[in-house]
Design a protein around this ligand. Structure first.
Ligand code: ATP
Length: 199
């Protein structure tokens, strides 16, 4: 699996549609302060499903939409697509080319797509879980993250190690199952109450 290209449009400082091709080998992004290097990394994290505006250095999710400049009006939509080559099927899907897209409108509407087909955020999260790019992964270390890890308590550091060791997937599955069990238990109690009332 390899990230082949990043397409950004209307996201943060990228008003114009911008395509960044990642060639074989190492890709470096250089530019003056404030030119948008971190915004590119945030575009990747956002497309992969980041839900916290704070993690994207904003207050609200709409802060990711281009907010205008001296010579350009604000835009109403942010869109980021990531194109992956998946011939080794490292991403658990039959497709050997995978494009994921996230769109967000100023009115709060949003879409997630896999290969241009609308999907749920959960589908994208599942696809990347434990691939090293999923939720909470350590492949993307933003400015300040290293300080956070060093300043974290034992539990937070343990979470970092568990993520790196691939335990996170199982913890998430366990939490999902426990929630289903609790929901089912609540349903059983509700049905028992109704049955008692009817008797
Ligand atoms: P440094 O080298 O200082 O870390 P950088 O190249 O990583 O800088 P970024 O932090 O990615 O730069 O970009 C910051 C720029 O993005 C700022 O000029 C800021 O105004 C702009 N920016 C952030 N959000 C938006 C937005 N929603 N609309 C327009 N511009 C935005």
């Amino acid at each position: 699996m390899k990230l082949q290209s990043i397409q950004i449009s209307g996201f943060k400082s990228f008003a114009e549609r911008t395509v960044i091709d990642c060639q074989d080998g190492l890709t470096g992004i250089v530019g003056p302060n404030g030119s948008g290097k971190s915004n590119i990394i945030e575009a990747i994290r956002w497309a992969l499903g980041e839900q916290s505006a704070k993690q994207l250095r904003g207050q609200k999710m709409k802060d990711v939409i281009f907010s205008g400049s001296n010579d350009r009006r604000p835009l109403n939509r942010a869109e980021v697509s990531l194109q992956f080559e998946n011939h080794d099927h490292y991403l658990d899907t039959d497709y050997s080319e995978v494009k994921i897209t996230r769109r967000y409108y100023r009115n709060g509407e949003s879409n997630y797509l896999i290969n241009d087909q609308e999907c749920l955020l959960r589908d994208i999260q599942r696809l990347f879980l434990d691939t090293g790019l999923g939720e909470g992964s350590l492949s993307i270390i933003s400015q300040g993250n290293v300080d956070d890890i060093l300043a974290g308590n034992g539990e937070q550091r343990r979470a970092v190690i568990e993520t790196a060791a691939g335990v996170y997937r199982y913890k998430k599955q366990k939490a999902d199952s426990e929630k289903k069990l609790a929901d089912t238990q609540a349903n059983v109690e509700r049905v028992s109450d109704i049955a008692r009332e009817l008797n």
